[in-house]
Design a protein around this ligand. Sequence first.
Ligand SMILES: [Zn+2]
Ligand SMILES: [Zn+2]
Length: 140
Amino acid sequence: MRQGSCSCGQVTYVARGEPIVTAHCHCRDCQRITGTAHSTGAMFAVGDVTLTGKTAEFELPGITGATVTRTFCPTCGSPLFGKNTKMPGFITLSLGTFDDLESFTPQVAIFARSKPTWDAVDPSVQSFETQPAWSPGDGV
Ligand SMILES: [Zn+2]
Ligand SMILES: [Zn+2]
């Protein structure tokens, strides 16, 4: 079980079990939302995450035709998690909002085509130019 919170502490959460996948995403939306070159997120089943506190969200069209919903803290703006209509029943929590960052090992990097040269990723992480055909049931 892992815990996390936004920057101001108004929103907290608990995630049970191990993430389905932990990934870096270098897409332009993640760059704008995080304010840097990539997001890093851990995907969990919605039922394994309990959230406490008031959140806000907005929707944007995903690159692959899905609708992406981003949920953040309305007070401090911390990006908490994302949902994608192509992966119903799953949410991807922003890794930086967890209390214990060392308890994760990112496995893949996606949308590497928009990764700037100054954003180095561990070469042991499998990298994809866009988003590979993958669903949460496939494993890693
Ligand atoms: Zn907050
Ligand atoms: Zn992204």
